[in-house]
Write a protein that binds this ligand. Structure first.
Ligand code: NAI
Length: 432
């Protein structure tokens, strides 16, 4: 395969396999495909040069090709060292799209890949849009290449952790461009974070360990969107699940969903499988490792690897790799299995969320890029969310595929509940 653009992937000969899976994924991503139909002719993203940093998976390939179909030029890197699917990256490279991503890179290579995407546009032109997941690309541009900022019209951010970083910048007055928080579209966080993890967490633990789930005690730290999906995933597999929380509302939700809620110091002694989902740091630290059962399986599904103190394990236990992304640590004569080196396990040990739920997330991403590119003047240097009518549109685009039929409000009914027949159907403060 002869590619004309600059790229770095593991093995370009995987492109054919990647392309076949991309075709299958397209059939499961009706939101993205209908945006291609709606905007494919008018090319509203013409002139946009989008540098993207988001797990280079098959689903992301469908996002990338949607952005291109809408007229954009795109360069890509992955936002995690283990999350690239090499056949997906190969297919993108073979389609002459600059991509710098392979599974199992080191952290230096990770930074190198992101940096390449800033300077890989045709004719050496500068990027003018950012699409990010977790904020690593955004931080690189703002902190290391601030001279690039003047050309950039806006950025869209995929995940909870990245949104936290943007909100900090906005509060400090150091956000130099408008940003759209894609994560908090209802059709993103209440679907990808929840139903996505519900499918991909247990998938990852099974692929990594083949352990019998039924009857095991699983501990889930955090009962936010990812925690809710993760706890449901483990329960669905027959595990007995204990939740830990610091927020009384989420703790009460967990209890009323039927989960035991305990302090981590106690729960960790009972857990056969321990999963962190908080997006916070220092959830599993030295005293927790010391209190664990022999052969406890430990993993994280939050964005960064600071939830589990892997550095402590590396200095205080002996490590033996069972296979890539599955390590056995021996500590005081006891063994602990750590998955994906404490990085997000569903992308490290499995293939991330299924296409259908990612179509919801990525339709929001595409709408955010469209909005920032075509309606730039409407936005100040703040963090915005997509309007509710677009959130409802994303959901609408996914109904037919799964055979959902909606009732329609009568004018009288709409008036009675204070909405219009066409929506939005809920006030802004409604929480779903
Ligand atoms: P969230 O804010 O809805 O939930 C986090 C929960 O953790 C909150 O309820 C919070 O009270 C709780 N928490 C915080 N500190 C805690 C502590 N010390 N002990 C126990 N609980 C604690 O956030 P969300 O959306 O669930 O995201 C969580 C993380 O997962 C983020 O890093 C996000 O970026 C990431 N994420 C990962 C995905 C994946 O596919 N692996 C998908 C979507 C998000």
């Amino acid at each position: 395969i002869d590619t004309q653009v600059k790229n770095k992937v593991k093995d370009i000969s995987l492109a054919g396999w990647g392309r076949k899976e991309i075709k299958l994924a397209e059939a499961e991503m009706p939101g993205l495909m209908s945006l291609r139909e709606e905007y494919g002719d008018s090319k509203p993203l013409a002139g946009a040069r989008i540098a993207g940093c988001l797990h280079m998976t098959i689903q992301t390939a469908v996002l990338i090709e949607t952005l291109i179909e809408l007229g954009a030029e795109v360069t890509w890197s992955s936002c995690n060292i283990f999350s690239t699917q090499d056949h997906a990256a190969a297919a993108i490279a073979a389609a002459n799209i600059p991509v710098f991503a392979w599974k199992g890179m080191n952290e230096e290579e990770f930074d190198w890949c992101i940096e390449q995407t800033l300077f890989a546009f045709e004719g050496g032109k500068p990027l003018n849009m950012i699409l990010d997941d977790g904020g690593d690309l955004t931080n690189m541009v703002l902190d290391r290449f601030p001279e690039l900022v003047k050309d950039i019209k806006g950025l869209s951010e995929e995940t909870t952790t990245g949104v936290h970083r943007l909100q900090e910048r906005e509060a400090k007055g150091t956000l130099p461009m408008p940003a759209i928080n894609v994560n908090d579209s209802v059709t993103k966080s209440k679907f990808d974070n929840k139903y996505g993890c519900k499918e991909s967490l247990v998938d990852a633990i099974r692929r990594a360990t083949d352990v019998m789930m039924a009857g095991k005690v699983a501990v889930v730290a955090g009962y936010g969107d990812v925690g809710k999906g993760s706890a449901a995933s483990l329960r669905g597999a027959g595990a007995r699940v204990i939740v830990t929380e610091i927020d009384p509302i989420c703790a009460l939700q967990a209890a009323m969903d039927g989960f035991a809620v305990k302090k981590m110091d106690d729960a960790v002694k009972e857990g056969d499988i321990i999963v962190t989902t908080t997006g916070n740091k220092d959830i599993i630290v030295d005293r927790h490792f010391k209190a664990m059962k022999d052969k406890a399986i430990v993993c994280n599904i939050g964005h960064f690897d600071n939830e589990i103190d892997v550095a402590w394990l590396n200095t205080n236990a002996t490590k033996d790799e069972i296979k890539p992304q599955v390590d056995l640590y021996t500590l005081d004569g006891k063994e602990i299995v750590l998955l994906a080196e404490g990085r997000l396990v569903n992308l490290g040990c499995a293939t991330g969320h299924p296409s259908f739920v990612m179509s919801n997330s990525f339709t929001n991403q595409t709408l955010a890029q469209l909005e920032l590119w075509t309606n730039t003047d409407a936005y100040e240097n703040k963090v915005y969310m997509l309007p509710k009518h677009l959130d409802e549109k994303v959901a609408m685009l996914h109904l037919a595929k799964i055979g959902v039929e909606l009732d329609v409000l009568s004018t009288e009914q709409a008036e009675y509940i204070g909405v219009t027949v066409e929506g939005p159907y809920k006030p802004e403060y409604y929480r779903y």
